[in-house]
Design a protein around this ligand. Structure first.
Ligand code: KE4
Length: 425
């Protein structure tokens, strides 16, 4: 695979950008590759600066459920830009997207837009603390909720790969109210709440984890969290930055039937533009300035361009049969994939249009399981798939995503590449 121009671009980038990247997971350090530099993305195809064309299964970390550069989204954004990209004053587009979010998510009566998932979760945690008057946040090992200081504890995604689960530069005092427990471990939650329940502001969870790789909640686990938080006066916060608009129009909560008090969404809701959101019960969200004492703000929050991209995207997702067609395509692919990986010492965790192949002999139900995966074998898998012209998510601790744009022919190509790869690694 020709890499000359990407390597030249990388050599230039590292002179002026730490690690040559604006987000660590793009550095491909854990898979032993230099990062690619992309110049175009259309549908499922990434074109890099060496004119390699790659089938994309990462989709900008789950953003492009419609495929990259959807013409209807792009046309609407081009029109919106001509009317100005930000006013710092309310626009009709903000209310329009807010209405779509409120109508889609069972937990959301009011919603506020921000510019990233990190901002969304950071803000939702603050409003939970403001509403309850409590400090403790319970999270789960391997879940990643963005890079706000108090949430970089036993986190997944790119934090996993740098060899520790908390970041340098975070004073111990900043995480003293953050407790991280094993995902799917009811007993650990029960024990913690028995002794500390009245101190807990919120339990924060990825209702289907994706930042340790895809890990599903055990039957009843989310319902258990709903009950124990209610019993102790704590809030339940679903971080649906990935699963929101991915697992259904109303995210994991709509698909799995457990309704939190607060929800964060990102990625898909911005249609590929910087937008995310947090929302929930009106009585909780009314704590936010200017109505209430919890401050939260943002210069470009709700800007009309990102709102337009989100509106167009959600309207396309709302069309009849979008999710049923994506599910059918995904189910067919997963069925075939199970055949390909049989007897290969690989666990396939999947739900809807997201999945992870764990190079692991044993089931993966939490972060400790995931970390026992063979990361070197995963790295060989990634490099081989790249050589076959397929860009899978570049870490064992990430999910892979199908989109409306993936054709059956491309999916067959991917399955053949996986089959050939597994024979070599
Ligand atoms: P951002 O600040 O990256 O927009 O969102 C943070 C975030 C919050 N919550 C969940 C469940 C998330 O998955 C994320 C971000 N996801 C990672 C990939 N798993 C972003 C990729 C990156 O860090 O470059």
């Amino acid at each position: 695979m020709e890499r000359t121009n990407s390597l030249k671009a990388y050599a230039e980038a590292i002179k002026v950008i730490p690690g040559g990247v604006n987000s660590p997971v793009r550095a491909l350090r854990s898979v032993g590759e230099a990062p690619l530099f992309i110049k175009k993305a259309k549908g499922t195809i990434l074109t890099d600066v060496d004119d390699n064309q790659l089938i994309d299964f990462c989709l900008s970390w789950g953003v492009f459920i419609l495929g990259h550069s959807h013409p209807q989204v792009n046309e609407a954004v081009k029109r919106a830009v001509d009317n100005g990209s930000s006013y710092g004053i309310p626009s009709l587009q903000e209310t329009a997207l807010a209405r779509l979010v409120v109508d889609a998510f069972p937990s959301i009566e009011k919603v506020r837009f921000v510019n990233s998932g990190t901002e969304a979760v950071m803000s939702a945690v603050r409003v939970a603390r403001g509403f309850t008057g409590r400090n403790v946040i319970v999270k789960f090992d391997g879940c990643y909720h963005g890079h706000a200081d108090h949430l970089l504890v036993s986190a997944g995604s790119g934090v996993t790969n740098i060899g520790n689960s908390s970041s340098a530069g975070v004073p111990v005092d900043f995480t003293k109210y953050t407790v991280s427990l094993p995902y799917n471990d009811e007993e650990a939650v029960q024990t913690y709440f028995r002794e500390n329940g009245e101190k807990v502001a919120a339990v924060v969870i990825e209702p289907v984890a994706c930042n340790m790789g895809v890990v599903l909640p055990k039957d009843g686990f989310l319902k258990f969290l709903r009950e124990i938080t209610t019993k102790h006066g704590a809030l339940l916060l679903f971080d649906e930055v990935i699963t929101g608009f991915r697992l259904s129009l109303g995210g994991a909560q709509n698909r799995l039937g457990v309704i939190p008090d607060l929800t964060t969404i990102g990625k898909i809701v911005g249609g590929g533009f910087p937008a995310a959101a947090f929302g929930g019960r009106s009585d909780i969200m009314s704590q936010l300035a200017p109505d209430g004492p919890v401050y939260q703000a943002g210069t470009l929050s709700g800007n009309p361009v990102a709102m337009t991209a989100g509106i167009e995207t959600v309207n396309l997702l709302s069309q009849n049969h979008f999710y049923s067609e994506l599910e059918t395509k995904s189910d067919g692919f997963i069925h075939e994939l199970k055949e390909v990986i049989k007897g290969q010492g690989i666990q396939l965790n999947h739900i809807g249009s997201m999945f992870t192949l764990f190079f692991n002999e044993r089931p993966v139900q939490n972060f400790a399981d995931a970390k026992r995966s063979d990361q070197q074998r995963f790295a060989r898998y990634f490099r081989s798939m790249l050589a076959h012209g397929i860009y899978v998510s570049p870490s064992q601790f990430e999910g892979n995503f199908l989109s409306q744009a993936h054709s059956q022919e491309q999916l067959e190509q991917v399955l053949n590449a996986i089959s050939a790869t597994l024979k070599k690694i």
